[in-house]
Ligand binder design. Structure first.
Ligand code: BGC
Length: 398
């Protein structure tokens, strides 16, 4: 007959195993609680002049990168990343006061919709019906009209898990809003993960055929948002072609090769290198303000669209997208008239944008990829802003 009690050796082994398991369980529960607590926090961002409250969501990852997003316009109000020495700085331009955003200060950090970029003459047709939009950029319509998605208070939900924090924003854009047909349900999900990536997933449905082009309009300066000129930044854009524009920045409809033009960024070069070129496109844009056609290995594959690097701070930003185009805008029209966060002054060419998108004026250009969304279809698109560092040239580590 076997002994009903364990031998003393077996008993000790059992106690050891139970103890070890308990330690592991306690450690992982504590870790999860700690993680969840740290990854997302919510606070007030003040009120608009009409009394509406604005909420701020601070997403944080394991390495200390933080992204602050408000429910007004889904605006990224700050994005802090480390430089090559491990020093954090906020690399996006923005404001402390929600009302400044509501008044449309350069669309800084905002979700742009229903149609990002310009529509010629503020007019387009779908299925033979013509629609008119507010002409808020000379004769053209820009960034969704007078009250675009950047000025709406979005509904929010958030969650975290062991590797990421997620903020889900939803909004309803009624039929006829700003002249656009169809009631659109739009969703934007910001996810900050532990790979220093801010992933932005856009989706939308409609109940009538409409046009839609969603982007984020963050202005970056990799040396810090108030650090002055971005002309030292080096940019590489993965594009053999671009869409040339007229003197109102509306595409001519042509698709041209970048080779032999100042718009050739296939090999990284400083933004300042050709920005004063007498090339007509640079004159029309008052610098770079152009849509580049991303070289996609296969249509809609997530592709590295652009890389930006500041030799001063060593910060690198990679932009991946499944969108067909990216608007590279060098902040040519910033004029120092707005006081930013920490009393920063944003003057011309002190921040740049890489707005992943469909091409400008696509609704009037049948040869461009279509931006028509029909009932039953769902727009889904993803862009990733990824941050890393590289030592400056000469340090031996570049
Ligand atoms: C446009 C610029 C414009 C800026 C702010 C960019 O998307 O390309 O021309 O000045 O937005 O509206």
């Amino acid at each position: 007959m076997s002994d009903p009690f364990l031998s003393s050796g077996a008993f000790l082994r059992l106690i050891w195993r139970i103890g070890l398991c308990s330690v592991l369980v306690i450690a992982s529960v504590a870790n999860m609680a700690q993680e969840n607590f740290d990854r997302i926090t919510v606070e007030s961002f003040g009120t608009l002049d009409d009394g509406k409250a604005v909420q701020l969501f601070r997403l944080k990852n394991r390495s200390g990168m933080t992204v602050e997003i408000i429910d007004l316009g889904g605006i990224i109000v700050s994005l802090e990343v480390a430089d090559a020495e491990g020093v954090f700085a906020d690399v996006t331009a923005g404001f402390d006061i929600p009302q400044t955003y509501a008044e449309g200060a350069g669309y800084m950090g905002a979700i742009i919709g229903r149609y990002a970029n310009r529509i010629s003459g503020g007019k387009f047709s779908i299925d033979g019906v013509q629609y008119s939009l507010p002409q808020n950029n000379g004769d053209n319509s820009i960034h969704g009209g007078l009250t675009g998605y950047d000025k709406k208070i979005w509904n929010t939900e958030y969650s975290t898990d062991l590797n990421e924090a997620r903020l889900v924003l939803t909004v309803v854009s009624p039929d006829g809003e700003e002249g656009y047909p169809g009631r659109v349900n739009a969703m934007v999900v910001y996810t900050l993960n532990d790979k220093n990536q801010l992933v932005i997933d856009y989706s939308a449905t409609t109940d009538k055929a409409t046009v839609i082009n969603l982007t984020n309009h963050a202005y970056f300066n990799l040396d810090g948002h108030g650090a002055g000129s971005i002309l030292n930044h080096e940019i590489r854009i993965n594009a053999d072609r671009y869409t040339p524009v007229d003197n109102t920045s509306i595409p001519t409809g042509a698709i041209e090769d970048v080779s032999g033009t100042p718009l050739d960024f296939r090999v990284a070069k400083a933004i300042g290198e050709d920005i004063e070129s007498s090339h007509q496109q640079i004159q029309f844009g008052s610098g770079f303000d152009h849509n580049f056609i991303i070289n996609h290995a296969s249509p809609e594959a997530l592709t590295l669209a652009a890389e930006a690097y500041s030799p001063k701070s060593g910060r690198v930003m990679n932009v991946y997208t499944d969108q067909p185009g990216v608007q590279f805008y060098t902040g040519n029209f910033l004029n120092g008239s707005l006081v930013g966060k920490e009393r920063a002054v944003y003057d011309s060419r002190q921040a740049f944008c890489l707005e992943t998108q469909h091409f400008p004026d696509s609704p009037n250009r049948p040869n461009f990829p279509s931006t028509v969304l029909r009932p039953g279809d769902r727009l889904e698109t993803r862009t990733i802003f990824e941050f890393l560092t590289r030592r400056a040239r000469g340090s031996g580590l570049y």
